[in-house]
Design a protein around this ligand. Structure first.
Ligand SMILES: Nc1ncnc2c1ncn2[C@@H]1O[C@H](COP(=O)(O)OP(=O)(O)O)[C@@H](O)[C@H]1O
Ligand SMILES: [Mg+2]
Length: 317
């Protein structure tokens, strides 16, 4: 598959603090790349560089083969960008159609093309009923949808969305995700989406780049990232009431591979397989006369993060 976005060794500092430390990644045509990391990891900094709002210190960015430093004007037509300032990205007193017409004209699109695009986008985002409402009278989720439509007006092949569901209630966020997936995959677009929400990235992205403190920690599919943890299943026992000696005995069991701290209240035992692992652990607990709460968990992206970064993902929330 063709690479539409290539980022190589991009470095960016704000004064003495390093926001991006030799970041490299690739986005292929027709894919959604989830750029996932906790707050302050450097996501917005990278997206702003790609959107030509911020200048990098060094490194190279190519968009459909165009060098960002040399072909800024050509590149502008190739991407759409949604930043985080939704409220100020459209005119409060204009209605949705008027807003989109205005921004379409600003983009240099002709009237017919603008009309066509507005109709197409309204249909994709199931927004026909809101098109004549003033921007200021829309809900948070609806405003965000308008800003996304604004970014798609010139039908760019590449789209950057910086935390598009931030601040939306779960229902509005779900709606936006569903529409985005439909638009991107049906129209054959390529999307770079930043998020600090693991489940969101897992739902949308075909490729994930994990960023932590300005470093890309790992890139791959959700499945590959999770596979790196080494197990698929955890059996967890509540810490309270679990004597250290019993914990030690469990660790010696054949189906138990390791213990990790996914959650401060629980001890998580990575097991080779759930059935034998659970059976052996239960047997040990009975022998030791220990009754504790037990639960089963399947490996998540959060575990992958923990595995790759070596620290808990508490900053994500
Ligand atoms: N304009 C700025 N001046 C100084 N530091 C900044 C500026 N913008 C961001 N930073 C710092 O750069 C780092 C990365 O920020 P950002 O790219 O906004 O991360 P994210 O979008 O992942 O939350 C953070 O430590 C942040 O405090
Ligand atoms: Mg950000």
């Amino acid at each position: 598959m063709t690479v539409c976005l290539s980022v190589k060794d991009v470095h960016k500092t704000y004064g003495k603090s390093v926001a991006l430390n030799n970041v490299s990644l690739e986005l292929r045509n027709g894919e959604i790349l989830g750029f996932l990391g906790p707050n302050g990891a450097g996501k917005t900094t990278l997206v702003k560089i790609l959107a030509t709002i911020l200048i990098k210190d060094s490194g190279r960015v190519e968009i459909f083969g165009y060098d960002l430093d040399k072909h800024e004007n050509d590149i502008r037509y190739l991407f759409g960008y949604v930043g985080q300032d939704t409220e100020r990205s459209a005119y409060a007193r204009l209605n949705v159609v008027e807003n989109l017409q205005f921004f379409g004209t600003l983009r240099g699109l002709n009237k017919r093309k603008i009309k066509e695009q507005i109709e197409k986008l309204a249909a994709y985002f199931d927004f026909q009923a809101n098109m004549d409402k003033q921007f200021m009278h829309l809900s948070g989720g609806q405003k965000q949808t308008v800003i996304v439509m604004r970014a798609l007006l010139h039908d760019p092949p590449l789209v950057y969305l910086d935390e598009p569901t931030k601040g939306l209630d779960p229902v509005a966020a779900k709606r936006l995700r569903t529409f985005l997936k439909q638009y991107v995959y049906q129209e054959g677009k390529s999307l770079l989406l930043t998020s600090h929400i693991m489940s969101e990235v897992e739902e949308l992205a075909s490729q994930i780049a994990l960023i932590h403190q300005g470093h890309i920690v790992v890139t791959g599919t959700a499945q590959a990232l999770k596979a790196a943890v080494g197990v698929n299943e955890f059996v967890e026992l509540q810490k309270e009431g679990l004597p250290p000696s019993v914990q030690e005995k469990i660790l010696q069991l054949e189906p138990v591979l390791f213990a990790s701290e996914r959650d401060p209240q629980w001890v998580s035992f990575g097991v080779k397989d759930l059935f034998n692992g659970t059976e052996a652990i239960l047997q040990t607990l009975r022998q030791e006369n220990t009754r504790v709460m037990m639960r089963h968990l399947t490996v998540s992206l959060e575990d992958a993060f923990l595995h790759h970064v070596g620290t808990a993902a508490e900053k994500f929330e």
